[in-house]
Write a protein that binds this ligand. Structure first.
Ligand SMILES: Nc1nc2c(ncn2[C@@H]2O[C@H](COP(=O)(O)OP(=O)(O)OP(=O)(O)O)[C@@H](O)[C@H]2O)c(=O)[nH]1
Ligand SMILES: [Mg+2]
Length: 255
């Protein structure tokens, strides 16, 4: 299996497909330098004929695009920063402008899986930018804020948008974020579970602030994508929700 250099990916200010300028993250220009991003086949597998070049985390075997979507303020940027940098963006809320992305390489069952994670702006005015990215996404993390009922009520509209713009077989997971904010909670976990069941999507609650289930959410999606693209004949079917439930149980929290 060949390994490719993760690189920093293209400049965050250019669209991955057209290269056209798309706005800046929080008023700052995208920090990503022109990278050595390789051409990734639609199913995420990169040139399997070449031997692995290195075990460094810089290299990867397969790569996928993951998109974060949901109302403004639900915690998409904070979830990504928690996953990428293991930090929480406290302080004042700075809304994302346009779209930005970060890369992270995960070790999944002895394979290096690179996730290129697109952080979209939740504000309505940027919705047309977001639409342009849906078709490239291999997976979508759809967030609502458990302290904001409107963000939960809007999930159905987001699911319609995903149906209209994303790939038919996109991997989708519903996340109820800010689960740490127990005092301010207005959406019960059962409400999230019920909605997820109604639409047949995997579900869990997260907290970008405490880190609850953040690594698990991205790892579960990476595992699902890897299983789908590798289709090992004798490998048991991977069930994302079962994996999540098992990991949450073994973490010993009812979260
Ligand atoms: N308590 C708590 N606050 C959070 C959490 N995640 C985000 N926040 C706060 O919620 C606010 C919005 O977070 P962002 O990550 O910027 O929201 P966003 O979804 O990226 O918003 P847009 O960029 O406008 O789409 C910030 O003030 C964060 O500090 C969380 O898990 N718990
Ligand atoms: Mg944001």
């Amino acid at each position: 299996m060949s390994r490719k250099k993760a690189g920093k990916g293209k400049n965050a200010n250019t669209s991955p497909t057209t290269g056209s300028p798309i706005g800046k993250q929080n008023g700052k220009s995208g920090k990503c330098t022109a990278g050595t991003g390789s051409v990734v086949q639609a199913n995420g597998v990169v040139d399997p004929s070449r031997p692995s070049l290195s075990n460094s985390s810089e290299f990867y075997d397969i790569a996928f695009k993951v998109m974060l979507v949901g109302d403004s303020g639900v915690g998409k940027t904070c979830l990504l920063v928690r996953f990428k940098d293991r930090a929480f963006l406290a302080g004042s809320f700075i809304s994302t402008v346009g779209i930005d992305f970060r890369n992270k390489v995960l070790n999944i069952d002895r394979m290096k899986v690179k996730l290129q994670i697109w952080d979209t702006a939740g504000q309505e005015r940027f919705r047309s930018v977001t639409h342009a990215y849906y078709r490239d996404a291999n997976a979508l993390l759809l967030l609502y804020d458990v302290t904001n009922r409107t963000s939960f009520d809007n999930i159905k509209a987001w699911l319609t948008e995903i149906h209209d713009y994303a790939q038919q077989d996109v991997v989708l997971m519903l996340l109820g974020n800010k689960a740490d904010a127990t005092q301010q909670r207005v959406v019960k976990r059962e409400d999230g579970e019920r909605l997820a069941k109604e639409f047949g999507v995997p579900y869990m609650e997260t907290s970008a602030k405490s880190g609850l289930n953040v690594e698990l959410a991205f790892t579960a999606v990476a595992k699902e994508l890897k299983h789908r693209s590798m289709k090992e004949p004798n490998e048991p079917k991977f069930k994302l929700q079962d994996y999540v439930n098992k990991e949450i149980k073994s973490a010993g929290c009812a979260c």
